[in-house]
Structures are given as structure tokens and as C-alpha cells.
Design a protein around this ligand. Structure first.
Ligand SMILES: [Mg+2]
Length: 299
């Protein structure tokens, strides 16, 4: 079996959400995605995490999956580029865009962190001015154990989730009406709200879609071959990424209906989570001329 692309002229890039997409919603297993992961590695196709998680949370997973590609973190707020990534021209990235690594943040070692939205430091400054008008508790005001209690993470995981550079999760303690006033006030500072399950997240002027486009341009913009983006996600916070991609794939969730996607080519997996990930990636790669495993034997 060959992994060569027989229809020359196409450079596919895969952008993937993690929870509920590459990872099973309940168990966080990626076992059912392994056949497609192996295929991507064999074919030399970049596969890029595009997630709400922090870099510190992602490093152990990237290690386990042997993924050495850039990572889009904190819902598109920033990008972690491996320092020695062959496709990236880091000299093009202005110092002002970088988050300097230091001894306080050793997990940034080996990566160049690029701010696409706003630095968390700035977000926290803006929020400090709003405390007198709105009731909320920011993650930066919470201890690791308080954060662990809210998220059901253990202390260690909680610590990794709190190592943030580009966003601030809040527990909202005010009315819905006040939340929309809050959003308008944030917009004046170039910040916006993203609603999650437990938190509302304050981030800069970026999202998963904008981060995907930024990375394509900076790393593969000069590619001789035509770049096509394949995006996979299961939730509302994946919509911007899916709508900005060439091949948007909604991965079916066991807990919520597929989000509506405004794109003529959207497709929805039959299988749930990582099994849907393999199913749909093999389908698209087959259409792009790759010799994917035949039939459904891989599931
Ligand atoms: Mg998800």
C-alpha cells in the first residue's frame, strides 16, 4: 500500500478539535482514531490540534501521540510553533507577537508562542477595571484547588489548565442582561466572550478559524502545491474553524446535536467521536487521491 498522493498538486492540512472529536467525549480515548493518525504520519500530512486547551495541557498528549506539528491553543487565542518546525519561518514573526518563554513557564520551552488575539496579562488588566460594575470570578483569582473543584480536574491537571497565555475563563455571577452589557464593554477593548459549559472565556480578537488561516499563511502560504484545509470538530466553538476550511467535517457527538455550519461542502460523520474521525478523514483523503485502507475494516 502506498501513502503517496496520486493526484499531484494538493497539500492537505488537517486541523482538529480534541474533546469529542479526536478524543472520545466520555473516556478521552483516541484508540479509534489511531488508523487515521498512522495514515497521516505515513503520508507526511500535517495534523494540527486546534483546541480550547492550554499548551501545558497539550504537551503530554502531543508527546503520547507523537505529534510534532504546531498547536493552536486556547480557542485560537494563540499558536505554539515548534522552534525547529521545518515549514515555519519564525523570522517573519515580530517580537511583539511572541510570548517570551521564561523560567516561570518552562512548558513554553521548545516552542515559540505567538499571540493572535490578546495576551492574558492585558485581558486581566481590562477585567480588573470592570469588577466594580459586574460580578464575576476570574481563573486568575482562583487557587489551583478552587479551580479543580469547579472543573472536576485533579490538582495537577488543574495547574496545567491554569497556565494560560491568551484567555481568561470566568465564572459569571451576574444576570444574563449584565452579560450582554459586559460583552459590549469588552468589545471596546478588542476582546470578546466565548461561552463554554462552566465558564465564559474572555479572549482577544481571534478564534479557531482565524488561527487556522494564520497558520496556513505563515507556514504553507508559499507552498508550490495547492493547500487544502480539512477541519474536524464537534461543537459550537469549532464553527469558525469549520466554516473557514475547504473540507469541514462535523464529528457526531453523543451529547449534543451537530452545530449548524454555513458551508456548501459540510459533511457529518456517521460514527461518534474518534471513530467518526477515522471514517471521515479516510473519506476525504480517498477523494483527494490517497490510497486509504479499503472498506470499513479499519473501524
Ligand atoms: Mg470538542
Amino acid at each position: 500500500m502506498t501513502h503517496q498522493n496520486i493526484s499531484s498538486g494538493i497539500t492537505p492540512l488537517v486541523f482538529t478539535d480534541l474533546d469529542g472529536t479526536l478524543l472520545d467525549h466520555h473516556t478521552y480515548s483516541f484508540e479509534a482514531a489511531q488508523p487515521a493518525i498512522d495514515f497521516l504520519k505515513g503520508a507526511g500530512i500535517p495534523w494540527i490540534f486546534n483546541t480550547s486547551k492550554t499548551l501545558s495541557e497539550l504537551l503530554p498528549l502531543a508527546n503520547r501521540l507523537d505529534n510534532q506539528h504546531p498547536m493552536i491553543v486556547e480557542n485560537g487565542g494563540g499558536i505554539a510553533l515548534p522552534q525547529d518546525y521545518p515549514d515555519a519561518d519564525l523570522s517573519e514573526i515580530a517580537n511583539s507577537e511572541r510570548v517570551p518563554g521564561d523560567s516561570e513557564h518552562p512548558t513554553a520551552d521548545g516552542y515559540c508562542l505567538v499571540t493572535l488575539g490578546a495576551a492574558r496579562k492585558l485581558i486581566i488588566e481590562v477585567l480588573a477595571d470592570m469588577r466594580s460594575s459586574f460580578a464575576f470570578t476570574g481563573a486568575s483569582q482562583m487557587s489551583t484547588s478552587a479551580f479543580a473543584a469547579v472543573t472536576n480536574l485533579d490538582e495537577a491537571q488543574s495547574g496545567l489548565a491554569l497556565e494560560r497565555y491568551f484567555s481568561e475563563p470566568l465564572i459569571w455571577r451576574d444576570s444574563e442582561q449584565k452579560l450582554s452589557e459586559f460583552a459590549s464593554a469588552l468589545a471596546l477593548h478588542g476582546l470578546h466572550l466565548l461561552r463554554g459549559g462552566r465558564f465564559v472565556h474572555v479572549i482577544g480578537n481571534s478564534d479557531k478559524g482565524r488561527a487556522m488561516r494564520w497558520l496556513c499563511e505563515r507556514c504553507w502560504g508559499q507552498a508550490d502545491n495547492g493547500v487544502v484545509t480539512i477541519a474536524l470538530g464537534d461543537s459550537d466553538n469549532d464553527v469558525a474553524m469549520l466554516e473557514a476550511s475547504d473540507y469541514p467535517i462535523v464529528i457526531r457527538s453523543p451529547v449534543h446535536p451537530p452545530p449548524p455550519i454555513k458551508h456548501v461542502s459540510v459533511r457529518i460523520s456517521n460514527h461518534i467521536g474518534p471513530a467518526g474521525w477515522t471514517e471521515m478523514l479516510f473519506g476525504v483523503l480517498d477523494e483527494l487521491g490517497y490510497a486509504v485502507p479499503a472498506g470499513k475494516d479499519y473501524l
